[in-house]
Design a protein around this ligand. Structure first.
Ligand SMILES: N[C@@H](CCC(=O)N[C@@H](CS)C(=O)NCC(=O)O)C(=O)O
Length: 218
């Protein structure tokens, strides 16, 4: 039995997308990104009160990169995954987890633009800094994707994790300076599994784009 605890538009999209690509049976439980994640029942699945949580074989896992490793090892070691001993194993692990290097900036920007309710709580300096740092993490991908259509040449779970993070990042950083990244996102967005995973993602981000606020003296 596989059950994914998911909130649209969040990091659990990468687990949902991967499950769809794997073609395995699973049950989806949807949550709003609110206090429901602090209920004792949910905390027994993910003690940090975050999404995703994945129940599999009687165990609840709650870190998206580890979940990707476990699912690929079990269901697609040589295609969406790269098994131990494979020439691309180290890079595959690196990119699967690099999604979090990108996502930490998306999370900080989401907090600044959407979660803090009063304007006096927001910081233009943090917004500017985090947008620049996010752009830097996306820029790293441009050189890799200039070499081929996918992060490792062929489509894998590395594309899923990183592209989900870039998808969130696009709310705060424009992709014009990164044409290979933009083409890759276009290519991935044509996959049926992307459509399933991204369902309702925009409910969380009602605006197409969130500009950083200008610094007070600029
Ligand atoms: N490193 C964790 C991060 C999980 C995480 O922070 N998820 C966010 C959504 S993108 C969340 O659940 N936030 C709810 C909260 O902070 O209350 C992973 O990749 O699974």
């Amino acid at each position: 039995m596989i059950r994914l605890h998911h909130s649209p538009g969040t990091r659990s999209v990468r687990t949902l997308w991967l499950l769809e690509e794997l073609g395995v049976d699973y049950t989806l439980v949807n949550y709003a990104l609110d206090k429901s994640l602090r209920e004792p029942g949910y905390l027994s699945l993910n003690p940090a009160g975050r999404v995703p949580a994945l129940e599999i074989d009687g165990v609840a896992l709650f870190e998206s990169g580890a979940i990707a490793e476990v699912l690929c090892e079990r269901f697609s070691p040589d295609s969406l995954g790269r098994p131990a001993g494979h020439a691309q194993r180290a890079q595959w692990l690196q990119w699967v987890h690099y999604a979090e290097t990108i996502s930490q900036h998306c999370a900080n920007l989401t907090q600044q633009h959407l979660m803090l309710r009063e304007d006096h709580m927001r910081s233009p300096i943090i917004m500017q800094l985090e947008s620049k740092r996010l752009a830097k993490t996306i820029g790293v991908l441009e050189d890799v994707l200039a070499q081929g259509d996918y992060m490792l040449g062929t489509f894998s779970a590395a594309d899923i994790g990183v592209a989900q993070a870039v998808g969130m990042g696009q709310k705060f950083v424009r992709l014009d300076p990164f044409p290979h990244v933009a083409d890759w996102i276009d290519r991935l967005s044509q996959r049926p599994a992307w459509g399933v995973a991204m369902k309702d993602a925009d409910l969380f981000y009602p605006q197409d784009f969130y500009d950083p606020w200008p610094l007070p003296d600029s």
